[in-house]
Design a protein around this ligand. Structure first.
Ligand SMILES: Cc1ncc(C[n+]2csc(CCOP(=O)(O)OP(=O)(O)O)c2C)c(N)n1
Ligand SMILES: [Mg+2]
Length: 340
């Protein structure tokens, strides 16, 4: 299946690296559970698409990236934001539409970005991050400092035409770009099999792009595949493609219970994937290796919960942006402001 990405399991993360990834995954989980509650309580100005269940993908890939590297994300972008080093309080304040948020409350859940961390943005346009990531990868190539770009996208987005264009130019120009397709088996409420022809892992093959399909709920497998892909990119060997097979444990968006009349996936299917939750799996591995105490996961969890609770208080106490703030931030000219 995999022509060039080889010897993945020879290279395992150290216990410290695995613990760091566990921390990231718990941070994503608890931050998103909070945002899910806030959404249901009507406290958010917009919708949220939660990443719960898919945390191992963002954590395993971003473990290889520094602030100088770039990522682009999707409408389901909170996990990518946090894994790339964004802070829960800046995300929570942003999703609450507050001026203390990562984008001054002007971007919200679906467009949150943190340029200081190379997080070029979530994106409400399905497939919208692909060409942006190619541009970032071209910039990295021209700078010649070994930076890489990673584009996260879903199985549904893989059928957007722009992906072919980006495959073509990335392969031709050997751009330092890593494609990470998170195949969670659904596009909104449509099972992949009803909207996706063939197999995703095969799609980059005609362009000569190395490609692999891995268990996206196994953070070690993600880490290993991403490590090779990022290393290839940093060495100037060009793009790679990773299909990470995973599952979202929540709805397509939190509000869906209010308008979806018919079930589009079975309780059994959700339950079977819940048993493959990536977080307890990592904790069990570290425990078995003697690198996590019996209550180690609970301790990580308590610390994260405190941080999230503090972030919520911070967001709730913060002001919403107003038009003068938008003007000061340089997004709009006073002449335009006057005419509104
Ligand atoms: C260009 C475009 N087409 C359609 C939509 C509506 N839409 C939002 S999310 C989504 C499904 C995306 O599925 P996938 O890429 O698998 O991501 P997932 O939601 O599973 O994470 C669609 C069709 C959109 N936002 N943008
Ligand atoms: Mg999907």
């Amino acid at each position: 299946m995999n022509e060039v990405l080889t010897d993945r399991l020879v290279n395992e993360p150290s216990p410290a690296q695995l613990l760091a990834m566990l921390n990231v995954m718990v941070t994503i989980r608890r931050t998103e559970e909070q945002l899910g509650m806030d959404s249901k309580a009507g406290k958010l100005p917009g919708n949220v698409h939660l990443y719960i269940g898919q945390e191992a993908v963002a954590a395993g890939v971003c473990a290889h990236l520094g602030d100088d590297d770039f990522i682009t994300s999707t409408h389901r972008g909170h996990g990518h934001f946090l894994a790339k080093g964004g802070k829960p309080r800046e995300l929570i304040a942003e999703v609450h539409g507050k001026r203390t948020g990562a984008c001054h409350g002007l971007a919200g859940s679906m467009h949150v970005a943190d340029l200081s961390k190379g997080m070029l943005g979530a994106n409400g346009i399905v497939g919208g991050g692909m060409a942006i990531a190619a541009g970032a990868a071209l910039s990295a190539q021209l700078q010649g400092r070994g930076q890489v770009a990673v584009v996260f996208f879903g199985d549904g987005a893989a059928s957007e035409g722009v992906l072919s264009e980006v495959f073509n130019i990335a392969a031709l120009w050997k751009l330092p770009l890593v494609f990470v397709c998170e195949n969670n088996l659904y596009s909104e409420f449509s099972p992949s099999a009803t909207v996706t022809a063939g197999s995703l892992v095969d799609r980059p093959r005609p362009y000569g792009i190395p490609t692999t399909s891995i268990d996206g709920n196994d953070v070690v497998a993600v880490w290993a595949a991403a490590g090779e892909a990022v290393s290839r990119a940093r060495q100037g060997l060009g793009p790679s493609f990773i299909e990470a097979r995973t599952y979202r444990l929540r709805g397509h968006l939190e509000a869906e219970a209010g308008f979806i009349q018919t079930k589009y996936r079975t309780d059994e299917e959700v339950a079977s994937w819940a048993k493959r939750d990536p977080i307890p799996a990592v904790a069990a591995r570290l425990l078995a290796q003697g690198y996590l105490a019996e209550d180690g996961l609970a301790q990580i969890d308590s610390a994260v919960m405190l941080e999230v609770a503090e972030a919520v208080r911070f967001a709730e106490a913060s002001e919403v942006p107003d038009m003068s703030y938008v003007e000061a931030a340089g997004f709009i000219r006073s002449a335009e402001l006057g005419s509104r």
